[in-house]
Unconditional design. Structure first.
Length: 268
């Protein structure tokens, strides 16, 4: 399973493609703002706006520690570090993503605020109660055992700390079109209704505080492209195959088959 996920996301040349696009667009690579990466490094529905909803759900400040599980190339981790002042560690199963996250953080001058390492959401290499909050954005669709996943998120979070999950959830029993951004085939795809996450969190000992459906954000994200296209995009992250995956995701959203939901839990 882990190998299949790595194979889906892993590809070489991520940083080179991003740097090349930014250079071509005329950006000064010696004075680069992290925000210019947002359209490529926040690999979830809603992009930066989705990350802002996650930021609003946690209450962290300087001196706090945050773990971002399934960090991709580090966009959400960098934004959360910058907006809260907390120190952030991101973990991801895909080595190419982790390497890109480190390089891009150094490129935008944030290497001291964030750290990244290879790791699995179902077997986190951290002690109990290591973090003041834990976030996970668009990861659970790749994980079949939601109880094990939620148990690990809660285990590494301090008592009464917040666990925030922002994931693609099923809204219908109809089949999804594939390939999807998180999986080329149904075999390694495990999206579920938000209620399944809530039940898994409860079984793992977490207290479910709230869930908010962001379907309107998803409709906007897929159907209202920016008037001026950003210099980098998810195509620079995933390559040409991203076009078909994005089109299928847009179809599933427009047909009401799935929606991003933000779920907030408190660790025991």
């Amino acid at each position: 399973m882990a190998t299949s996920v790595e194979g889906h996301y892993g590809n070489d040349g991520i940083v080179e493609r991003i740097v090349g696009a930014l250079t071509q667009a005329g950006h000064d690579m010696d004075n680069l703002d992290a925000d210019v990466l947002a359209a490529a490094d926040e690999f979830h529905i809603g992009g930066r706006e989705g990350t802002m909803h996650v930021a609003a759900a946690i209450n962290l400040g300087p001196g706090d520690r945050l773990l971002d599980v399934g960090c991709g190339i580090g966009g959400a981790a960098r934004f959360l570090a910058h907006s809260t002042g907390a120190s952030v560690i991101g973990v991801d199963l895909t080595p190419e993503f982790v390497n890109a996250a480190i390089q891009l953080s150094d490129l935008v001058g944030m290497g001291a605020q964030v750290d990244f390492e290879v790791g699995s959401a179902t077997d986190l290499a951290f002690d109990d109660d290591s973090f003041d909050a834990v976030t996970m954005l668009h990861v659970g669709m790749n994980i079949e055992n939601k109880v094990q996943m939620m148990s690990e998120l809660g285990r590494v979070c301090r008592s009464k700390g917040v666990v925030v999950v922002y994931d693609v959830t099923l809204m219908s029993e109809h089949d999804l079109p594939y390939p999807m951004p998180w999986s080329a085939t149904p075999e390694f795809s495990f999206p579920e209704p938000a209620s399944a996450y809530e039940a898994a969190g409860t079984e793992a000992g977490l207290e479910h505080v709230s869930s908010s459906n962001h379907y309107d954000l998803a409709l906007k994200f897929f159907n209202e492209p920016p008037a001026t296209p950003p210099p980098v995009s998810l195509g620079h992250l995933m390559g040409p195959r991203m076009i078909e995956m994005r089109d299928n995701a847009a179809q599933a959203i427009n047909e009401g088959l799935m929606s991003p939901v933000l779920m907030k839990f408190v660790a025991p």
